[in-house]
Design a protein around this ligand. Structure first.
Ligand SMILES: [Zn+2]
Length: 595
């Protein structure tokens, strides 16, 4: 007999066997028992959280011969469902190429009565991937579904499903599966399958799976294959490039003690051993979380990543406040991983920073009555607060090259920060008195003639070459750009303004990325917003608004995340190759108004 993947073998066969998602199970059951069955359901949630399994269970409960709501797993309907061969339960993967044809075909079939069961159940997976045409066809059917038809749409990205579809479905949001539920399921399977395992190994699997049952079971499959039918921590660590928990605790201890040299050596070893830096970062977070829990409760039953002895030992070295600071720093780094190209440099920097702050605490805090809140959560402020680890600003004048050893400011001052709470910057650098005063000043809007913001329309498009030229020219305007950034929050005062609110809100969502004499590039986290800024009809309004902060009019161009990454890569590559245009040779051609 061929090997059956654990995920398929141990799919729940009744509602009782479902791991997690208890409120959804209860609601679906109640609906069936009280005969309030809707014709369309939307199951949303992260991958591997049991959406399709739940859909099949629901189909089973609707069609079991023992009666509606039953899942006997003995009758021919249940058995057909278990072997995925029920003629009335049709699964479609909208992500596959033939999705469209399948949807069309199914819609032709909808009007025929079920062959075997009570209901025809259509399960459409990854429904957000469906083409417009298929969507429309589906919509028609959803409007007036025959009584015997039930649709269950599943998606990991509900925001991509058309509102007209959403409004016709009962929506259920699946959450990530709780670690304890995952672990219980793994242990249950271990017992059923009768394989030997180390508890640490199971914990590692749970942590790797990140709330996804499918991931947990496929990792278990791999571990079993690798370990010849046994599940060992050592195997999992080596297959998935992880550090052992002892090594991680060791690293943390070095950080707490501020031993920078050993930290770097250890990190080097990790990286040479193929250990994934991002994963290491989240493991450190897990450990710190445990430490915080242990320090607050003294209850070893509540901790998962640390052993009791480790928790006891580490908790003597560090106070809660420090743990919180480290957690903040690591979370920030985790966030920034998405925006930098050299993940390892960023992680190095984070470790050094945590360690140096640590040693500052141990030795110098008494001499320096610095508010600990100033400890830079924000790497890019390092320069201004500590002066130890300097970021590298790109500098076309000196033709300084990006070596990859430090994180250039371009990469850090990136779009993702926009979604961070604004307060954070204030925590990092306490504003000087005069700045506070300036902040309170309202913007002078007397010169603004335009105020309308169009949602859509013809857009300006700058070539990558032109953007790179602006970046080169921007080298001389760094100070002005910095000052502008500090003033940026003043746009908030206009957000509620009846006339200028739309424009101010739109601008304030962005982050000035590069400024030169005639143009400004603004980064946006969302393409939708960047597009709106680039609508030609909005240029006048935005230019005039920006003038209130900048004192002059410049051409405004918005970059979304993809474009921003692209131009930064181009910039650095050209810099490496020495092919950046020279400032004096640049002839910047910006689109003329009305073109
Ligand atoms: Zn049955």
């Amino acid at each position: 007999m061929s090997y059956k993947a654990l995920y398929n073998k141990y799919r729940p066969s009744t509602f009782e066997e479902v791991a997690g998602q208890q409120s959804i199970v209860r609601t679906l059951r109640n609906a069936i028992n009280s005969n309030k069955i809707a014709h369309a359901y939307l199951f949303c949630g992260p991958r591997g959280t049991g959406k399709t399994s739940m859909a099949r269970l629901f189909a089973k409960a609707l069609n079991c011969e023992e009666g509606i709501g039953h899942q006997c797993n003995k009758c021919s309907n249940c058995l057909a469902l278990n072997s995925s061969s029920h003629p009335d339960v049709i699964e479609i993967d909208a992500a596959s190429n033939n999705g469209v044809d399948q949807v069309r075909e199914l819609i032709d079939q909808v009007r025929y009565l079920p062959i075997k069961g009570r209901y025809k159940v259509y399960i459409i997976d990854e429904v957000h991937m469906m083409s417009q045409g298929a969507f429309n066809a589906l919509l028609k059917t959803l409007e007036e579904p025959p009584d015997h038809v039930i649709f269950i749409l599943a998606t990991t990205e509900p925001h991509k499903v058309l509102p007209t579809i959403l409004s016709r479905c009962q929506r259920y949001d699946f959450s990530k599966i709780d670690d304890n539920d995952l672990k219980a399921k793994l242990l249950w399977i271990a017992q059923k399958e009768g394989f030997a395992y180390e508890e640490e190994a199971i914990n590692e699997i749970v942590s790797l799976a990140d709330g996804g049952m499918r991931d947990a079971l496929s990792i278990l499959d791999q571990a079993l294959a690798y370990g010849n039918g046994e599940v060992n921590e050592k195997d999992i660590l080596s297959v998935f490039g992880l550090a052992s928990s002892k090594e991680k605790v060791d690293l943390l201890e070095k950080i707490i003690k501020g031993d920078v040299a050993s930290i770097l050596k250890k990190e080097e070893e990790f990286v040479n051993g193929g250990i994934d830096v991002k994963r290491l970062c989240s493991s450190l977070l897990d450990i710190l979380k445990d430490l915080l829990i242990y320090k607050s409760t003294n209850d070893e039953k509540l901790i998962r990543s640390l052993k009791k002895e480790e928790a006891v030992y580490l908790s003597k070295l560090i106070d809660k406040k420090k743990i919180n600071e480290m957690i903040d720093t690591l979370l920030k780094t985790q966030f920034e991983f998405k925006t930098v190209s050299n993940v390892r440099s960023l992680f190095d920097l984070t470790l050094i920073k945590m360690a140096s702050v640590s040693s500052l605490d141990n030795n110098e805090r008494k001499d320096q009555p610095t508010n600990t809140k100033q400890i830079p959560i924000n790497i890019k402020k390092e320069e201004e607060t500590q002066g130890e680890i300097k970021e590298k600003e790109y500098n076309p004048d000196t033709n300084e090259k990006y070596t990859g050893n430090t994180v250039p400011s371009f990469l850090l001052e990136n779009e993702e920060e926009e979604t961070q709470p604004k307060e954070e910057e204030k925590i990092v650098i306490p504003p000087k008195k005069e700045e506070v005063k300036k902040e309170e000043e309202k913007l002078d809007t007397s010169l603004i003639k335009h105020s309308s913001i169009a949602l859509d329309g013809d857009k300006y498009e700058l070539s990558v070459d032109t953007i790179v030229k602006i970046m080169v020219l921007g080298g001389k305007f760094k100070e002005e750009r910095k000052a502008l950034r500090e003033k940026w929050s003043r746009l908030d005062y206009l957000k509620l303004d009846e006339k200028f609110g739309d424009g101010a809100t739109l601008l304030s969502e962005g982050k000035p990325f590069c400024l030169c004499k005639d143009a400004i590039l603004i980064n946006y986290a969302f393409t939708r917003l960047a597009n709106k800024v680039n609508v030609k009809a909005n240029q006048d309004t935005l230019e005039e608004l920006l003038q209130t902060l900048l004192g002059r009019k410049v051409f405004i161009y918005a970059l979304d995340r993809d474009l921003s990454n692209k131009v930064q890569n181009t910039f650095f590559n050209s810099q490496q190759l020495n092919t950046l245009p020279k400032i004096e040779e640049i002839n910047l051609e910006l689109p003329k108004k009305g073109e």
